[in-house]
Design a protein around this ligand. Structure first.
Ligand code: NAD
Length: 269
C-alpha cells in the first residue's frame, strides 16, 4: 500500500537553496509535501532550488527569505510561512562553519555561528511547536552534526552550536512528547548528526587539506576521511533526505529526543 501520510503536509526546510537542505526539500517534495524553501542565494540559485523541489513532486514549493543573523527577520519569515500553510514539518538545517583555533576565532565568528546554527532554530521551534501540539502532529528535524556529539579542534563555535542544538532538541522533545497520539502521529523532535557530507560547506576544509598535502583534491578528501570517518566514504546529501523523511512519517511517532549519526562510524570510535 502506498503511504500517503505526508501528502499535502507543509514543510519548512531552512537553508534549502543548496546542499543537504535542498536534498531534504526534494525528498519531502517527492513524498508529496508542500515545501517552503528558505536560504540565501542569488535569483538563479533560488529559482533552481524551487524548481528542483517542484520537479521532485512537491504539491507546491515557494521560497521564503530571511537572513538568520537577524531574529526579527526570522520571526517575520515564520509569520509569512504560516500564512501560506501551517508548518507541520520543520527542518532546521541552515548552518555555517569556519575553522580557527579558539583563541583566534573572534567574537564575530562566534556570534554568527551561534546565531545561524543554534539561535535561529530556537526561534523557529518556539514559533512552530505550539501549533503542532494543537494539531496533534508535528516533526522537528534538526540537522546537527557529529560535532553535536563529539568535538574536533579548531571548531569551537561550531561544536558549541551543534552540542547546543542537540540539547535544545532533547528539551523540546520532552516538552512535546505527550502531544497527539499514534493515530495523529504525535509531535517529535530529533537531530540528524552527519559526518563528512559532500557539499559546499566543507570545501574550504578540503582545499586547506589539499594544499597542506600538495596533492590533488582526491588526496585531500581521502586524508580528511582517514582522520575521522572509518567508512572512508563521504555521505551524499540525498541520504540525509531519506532519514529526514522517514522521521516525518507516522510510524516514527515514538522516536523523539534522539541524535542519529550518519557518519561512517566516526562517533563509534
Ligand atoms: P551549505 O553551505 O551547502 O548550505 C547551507 C545553507 O544554509 C544554504 O542554503 C545557505 O543559504 C543557508 N544559510 C547560511 N547562512 C545563512 C543565513 N545567515 N541566513 C539564512 N540561511 C543561511 O551547507 P550543508 O553542508 O548543506 O549544511 C547544511 C547543514 O548540515 C548545516 O547545518 C551543517 O552544519 C550541517 N552539516 C553538514 C555537514 C557536511 O559535511 N556537509 C556535516 C555535518 C553537519
Amino acid at each position: 500500500m502506498v503511504d500517503r501520510f505526508l501528502k499535502g503536509k507543509t514543510a519548512l526546510v531552512t537553508g534549502s537553496t543548496q546542499g543537504i537542505g535542498l536534498a531534504i526539500a526534494k525528498a519531502l517534495g517527492e513524498a508529496g509535501c508542500r515545501v517552503a524553501v528558505h536560504g540565501l542565494g542569488d535569483a538563479d540559485t533560488v529559482n533552481l532550488a524551487v524548481a528542483a523541489v517542484q520537479d521532485a513532486g512537491a504539491a507546491e514549493a515557494r521560497h521564503f527569505d530571511a537572513d538568520f543573523l537577524d531574529p526579527v527577520a526570522i520571526e517575520a519569515m515564520m509569520g509569512e510561512v504560516s500564512n501560506w500553510g501551517a508548518v507541520d514539518i520543520l527542518i532546521n538545517n541552515a548552518g555555517i562553519q569556519k575553522t580557527a583555533p579558539l583563541a583566534d576565532a573572534g567574537p564575530e565568528t562566534w556570534n554568527a555561528i551561534l546565531a545561524v546554527n543554534l539561535t535561529a532554530a530556537f526561534h523557529t521551534m518556539r514559533l512552530a511547536l505550539p501549533a503542532m501540539r494543537a494539531r496533534g502532529y508535528g516533526r522537528v528535524v534538526n540537522i546537527a552534526s557529529v560535532h553535536g556529539l563529539v568535538a574536533s579542534r579548531d571548531k569551537a563555535p561550531y561544536v558549541a552550536s551543534k552540542h547546543g542544538l542537540v540539547g535544545l532538541s532533547k528539551t523540546a522533545a520532552m516538552e512535546y512528547a505527550d502531544a497527539g497520539d499514534r493515530g495523529s502521529g504525535g509531535v517529535t523532535v530529533n537531530c540528524i548528526c552527519p559526518g563528512w557530507t559532500q557539499t559546499d560547506l566543507i570545501e574550504p576544509q578540503v582545499q586547506a587539506r589539499t594544499q597542506q598535502l600538495g596533492g590533488g583534491r582526491d588526496a585531500g578528501v581521502a586524508d580528511l576521511l582517514r582522520e575521522k570517518q572509518p567508512s572512508l566514504r563521504m555521505s551524499d546529501p540525498s541520504e540525509i533526505g531519506v532519514l529526514a523523511v522517514w522521521l516525518c512519517h507516522r510510524h516514527a511517532h515514538n522516536m523523539t529526543g534522539t541524535a542519529i549519526p550518519i557518519d561512517g562510524g566516526w562517533t563509534a570510535q
